[in-house]
Design a protein around this ligand. Structure first.
Ligand SMILES: [Cu+2]
Length: 180
């Protein structure tokens, strides 16, 4: 029967149209615009520049007036990273390597070079510069930012004058005498 056929066709067509209409409903897409996590932003707290060298930053501590202080050494940073003191202040540091590998606490210009294996402790005597900041380093990992600073009053510019040593010599060689 032709009539019944066309009816069926009509119904089928209607269904297709209906389905099409439904499918065309705009589907909201939430979440497409959530890419602002700020991961690429520099926090400013992760590194600190001391005397022109970038250091992994684990805080600063005011040690003004102290004669002794505990400094934590870890993989791969010093904590606190910056010690703020007074011009010419001397400080006895108790060094604790809480890391799993060996590190050093080194200030070449002050003949300080203490090497500590993981879990070991030691001591070092340090002297603050007259102004600005003097760096102490781990000689193994300094290139990875493992260094810190002795800062006079929070000034992180390179120390001026004798303490940091500007000579390009071999370091520590005695000058030859007059030889009369
Ligand atoms: Cu180290």
């Amino acid at each position: 029967m032709p009539n019944a056929r066309s009816t069926i066709t009509l119904i089928a067509l209607s269904l297709i149209l209906l389905a099409g209409a439904c499918a065309e409903e705009p589907t909201a897409q939430p979440g497409a615009a959530e890419e602002t996590t700020g991961e690429s932003e520099e926090e400013g707290a992760e590194t600190v520049t001391i005397a022109g060298q970038e250091a992994t930053n684990h805080g600063s501590e005011d040690v003004t007036g102290l004669s002794e202080f505990e400094l934590e050494i870890d993989d791969f940073y010093f904590e606190p990273t910056v010690l703020e003191g007074e011009a010419g202040q001397t400080l006895s540091l108790s060094l604790h390597n809480e890391g799993g590998v060996a590190h050093t606490f080194t200030i070449e210009s002050q003949d300080v070079d203490v090497q500590l294996g993981g879990g070991e402790s030691g001591e070092a005597e340090v002297t603050f510069p007259e102004s600005g900041a003097l760096t102490f380093i781990c000689s193994f990992h300094v290139s990875g930012g493992m260094l810190g600073g002795l800062s006079v009053g929070g000034n992180l510019e390179a120390a001026v004058g004798g303490a940091s040593g500007g000579g390009g010599g071999g370091g520590g060689g005695e000058p030859p005498g007059p030889g009369y």
